[in-house]
Write a protein that binds this ligand. Sequence first.
Ligand SMILES: Nc1ncnc2c1ncn2[C@@H]1O[C@H](COP(=O)(O)OP(=O)(O)OP(=O)(O)O)[C@@H](O)[C@H]1O
Length: 328
Amino acid sequence: MTAVIEARGLRKEFTVRVKAGRLRREKRVVAAVDGVDLRVERGEMLGYIGPNGAGKSTTLKMLTGILTPSAGEARVCGLVPVPQRTRLARRIGVVFGQRSQLWWDLPLRDSFDLLRHIYRAPAADHATRLRRCRGLLDLDAFMDTPVRQLSLGQRMRGELTAALLHGPEVLFLDEPTIGLDVVSKQAVRSFLADLGAGGDVTLVLTTHDLADIERLCRRLVVIDHGRVVHDGSIEALHARYGSRRRVVVDLDEPVAEPPEGAAVEADGRRLVFTVEGPAAPVIARLAGLPTLRDLTIEEPDIEEVVTRLYLASGPQPHGEPGISPGAP
Ligand SMILES: Nc1ncnc2c1ncn2[C@@H]1O[C@H](COP(=O)(O)OP(=O)(O)OP(=O)(O)O)[C@@H](O)[C@H]1O
C-alpha cells in the first residue's frame, strides 16, 4: 500500500506569555506537537484523538498546510503541505467543525457552484459528486437557503459536501459531529462510513465523541501533550488497557452464594461479573446454573478505556506539560 500521509518528528512550538509573579510575564515556548510520527495508507479511516489541548488541531493544521512545522517533516499525497499548499488543496478536503468554507449570505447551491470554479472541477464530475451528496446527505430541502439560516446539522452536511466536490484523496475532519443532534450525527456518520467503505478516500478524523470512532475507524492514534501515546486498533487499545467485559446473569431465584465467588455486583436475582480476556470459561460455568434465566455479555466501553489511557499518560515529569523556558 502507498502512504498518503507521512510525518516524521513533526513538531510545532508556540511562544506564549505566562505570568511569572505579580506583575511580571515571561515568554515560554509551548510544544503543542512534540515529535509526531505518522504513516497513513490510502483508504484508511484514522481516528486521531486526545484530551483538550493535546495537539490534534495543530497536527491537522500542519498536515493541511495552514501552519508551518517548527521541526520535522510531513508529506501529504507526496506534497510538502506549506510550500505546496495550492497543489495540495486540490488533492485534500478539510472540514473544521467550528469554521465554515461556505459563503454566509449565499444559498448553499451558489456556494457549491463557486467552489466548482475555484477548484476548476470539470462540470460533469462536479455534478456527479453533488448528486451523490444531495442524495446521501438529504440536502434538497435547503439547497436554496442562505448558509446563515441553516441549522448546525444542515450546515455540517453542506460543509462535508463542499469539502468533497473536487474529489479529494484525503479528507481531514476536525470534530465533524460537534454540537449536532443525534439524528444529524447519525446522518454524518453513515455518510462518512459509506465514503470510507469505497476505499478511495482516506479519512483522518479528530473527535471527542468516541461513538464517531467506534462507528468509523479501525485505527486509532491517541495523542497527549503533543506526543503519540497509542497507535493501533481499538481492540489493541482494549487489550493494552485491560478492558473488561461484563457478564450479566439473571436468575429465576435469588442465590445465597454467587457461584463464581467473584461477582462484582450481586443484587438478588442479578449477578454481574467482570471478565478480563476470553469470557467463554466463565460463561460455560455459569450456563450450568439450574436457575439461569438469561445471560448477556456487555462489551467494554471505549470511553472507559480512553479515560484510563489519558490518566495513564498523565503530565510530564517536569513542570507543565510540554512547556519549556524560551529564549529571553
Ligand atoms: N496559535 C497558538 N498560539 C499559542 N498556543 C497555541 C496556539 N494554537 C494552539 N496552541 C496551544 O497548543 C496546544 C495544542 O492545541 P490544539 O488546538 O492543537 O489542541 P487540540 O488537541 O486540538 O485541543 P481541543 O481538543 O481542545 O480542540 C494547546 O495548549 C493550545 O493552547
